[in-house]
Design a protein around this ligand. Structure first.
Ligand code: FAD
Length: 160
């Protein structure tokens, strides 16, 4: 597993519980700050017990058919691996926004929209869910994103 935030941590735990031998390679000194508080102790205990191997401050140099070459503390080592998952994050593609004419901040990729209605700068085009966070998609999660639809449907209803 390459990565050290929620996706990598959850996948590592699921794979471990499914019977896989799992190694986590993360470029940071410790897991990401945003790892959920109820998941963090689980993975950290797996690390402590040696049930999941943790390579922190580590960088992947090469992926081959049966191992991953990892650089750590100035030296390289080969970690055996039949499968490699690079769960290293993502940001949304802007192609659709560009096609629609939806404006967004070049740095955060956060689209321009009215938080009262979720309508963008393009009349009649509404956004809901994590897409409104742009690159900062951790700001919108299930508990708050699920209310967007209700707000925008009311806004659409009041237009007609
Ligand atoms: C590992 C992980 C753990 C998480 N844990 C939690 C948690 O414990 N609690 C919590 O509240 N949140 C959690 N989240 C966040 C939560 O999953 C998201 O906030 C939520 O799924 C966002 O919902 P959404 O509908 O906005 O977007 P998504 O669920 O991402 O849905 C967007 C959909 O749009 C589709 N799509 C994209 N582009 C196009 C296009 N051009 N045309 C058509 N379809 C398109 C995609 O295929 C996708 O199906 C977690 C996320 C991750 C990655």
């Amino acid at each position: 597993m390459i990565g050290g935030k929620n996706s990598a941590v959850e996948a590592a735990l699921d794979l471990f519980r499914g019977g896989a031998r799992v190694s986590v390679v993360h470029r940071g000194a410790s897991l990401g700050q945003t790892v959920k508080y109820w998941i963090r102790p689980d993975i950290e205990n797996r690390f402590k017990k040696g049930e999941i191997a943790a390579y922190m401050n580590a960088r992947v140099l090469e992926i081959t058919k049966d191992h991953v070459k990892v650089a750590q503390n100035g030296s390289a080592r080969e970690v055996p691996a039949q499968q490699v998952f690079a769960l290293t994050g993502y940001h949304p593609t802007m192609v659709f926004f560009d096609q629609l004419g939806v404006q967004y901040d070049g740095d955060t990729l956060r689209p321009q929209y009215d938080p009262q209605t979720f309508e963008t700068n393009v009349p009649g085009v509404y956004l809901a869910g994590s897409v409104v966070g742009g690159r900062l998609n951790g700001e919108v999660f299930i508990e708050n994103g699920r209310f967007h639809g209700e707000v925008l449907m009311k806004a659409i209803g009041s237009r007609n």
